[in-house]
Design a protein around this ligand. Structure first.
Ligand code: G1P
Length: 292
């Protein structure tokens, strides 16, 4: 029986230059999609997968994230005095249990692998999840729960995968496929941001991982890879050549909120799901859409 996956690492230190000036003082993952910050979508997905401890690897703006997931007695008292139970419940929903959130700093932007390595001592010697909050994944079951399920069955490392256009392979980690059964893929390797002509497939890693703690020793010993950064993909590729490594094709909806276009699409899609916003928004969109 594999060890349960109890901890999640959430790297949130990115500079988010594509979101300036909004991301100047506010971490990008605190930007809202409708009225909920991106990071809360990721935390809720992790909670739904059974995660109990949340390790945020931060850069600037750590306080905003800590405040968001901590209790706010003044706000609660204010809303209670006004009898606004709906708002109270919305604020309370963001609060993590005492001790469930931990923060560690990535002092230099040395890449995703380096960010994960910064969480090494907080994770310890057990399998753990990694979630990249700028990938907003809406699925039922939620994506991470699917990975945790495959890990529970196989004991191997597991990543989420989705097909991307051939021309875009150089934006992602790309899987090298050994075998496929249903939506579960066995990986023989993976490559970070290969040019379209050299990509081993069109299956991209989309920011959800369940990893064995052996990845830390790999990361610690690893030279810089693509873009001069310590790449998580390189450490996982080495692991895939030695131990079972799986992928799950994600079938829900995916929004790359690392780009303004993806972020806007996520905002519109999530707003259209809200009964109180849907009709007005649809009427507005129809009004501004060019006629066919
Ligand atoms: C990171 C990972 C990459 C992955 C991508 C998903 O890249 O390095 O393997 O496919 O996230 O969004 P980044 O977008 O940080 O350049």
């Amino acid at each position: 029986m594999p060890q349960p996956v109890r901890k999640a690492v959430l790297p949130v230190a990115g500079m988010a230059t594509r979101f300036l000036p909004a991301s100047k003082a506010v971490p990008k993952v605190m930007l809202p999609v409708v009225d909920k910050p991106l990071i809360q979508y990721a935390v809720e997905e992790a909670r739904a997968a059974g995660i109990e401890e949340f390790i945020f690897v931060t850069g600037r703006g750590e306080a905003a994230i800590a405040d968001h997931f901590g209790p706010d007695e003044a706000l609660d008292a204010f809303l209670a005095a006004r009898g606004d139970d709906t708002a109270r419940a919305l604020a309370a929903r963001a609060v993590l249990a005492p001790g469930a959130a931990a923060f560690t700093r990535q002092e230099e932007p040395l890449g995703l692998g380096h960010a994960v390595l910064c969480a090494r001592h907080l994770v310890g010697d057990e399998p753990f999840a990694v979630l990249l909050a700028d990938e907003l994944l809406l699925g039922e079951p939620p994506c991470l729960a699917e990975l945790v399920e495959v890990h529970g069955r196989t004991g191997g490392s597991v990543v989420a995968l989705a097909e991307v256009p051939q021309a875009e392979t150089n934006r992602y980690g790309i899987a090298e496929i050994a075998a496929e059964e249903g939506r579960t893929v066995t990986l023989s390797g993976m490559v970070e941001k290969p040019e379209p002509g050299r990509a081993p497939s069109r299956l991209a890693l989309i920011g959800r991982y369940v990893l064995q703690p052996a990845v830390f020793a790999r990361l610690a010993a690893q030279p810089a890879g693509a873009g001069g950064e310590i790449q998580l993909t390189d450490a996982m590729a080495a692991m895939a050549s030695e131990a079972p490594f799986y992928g799950v094709r994600f079938t829900g909806r995916r929004f790359d909120c690392g780009s303004p276009a993806g972020y806007l699409q996520a905002t519109v899609a999530c707003a259209l799901e809200r009964a109180e916003l849907r009709q007005d928004l649809l009427a507005f969109l129809r009004g501004i859409a060019p006629s066919p």
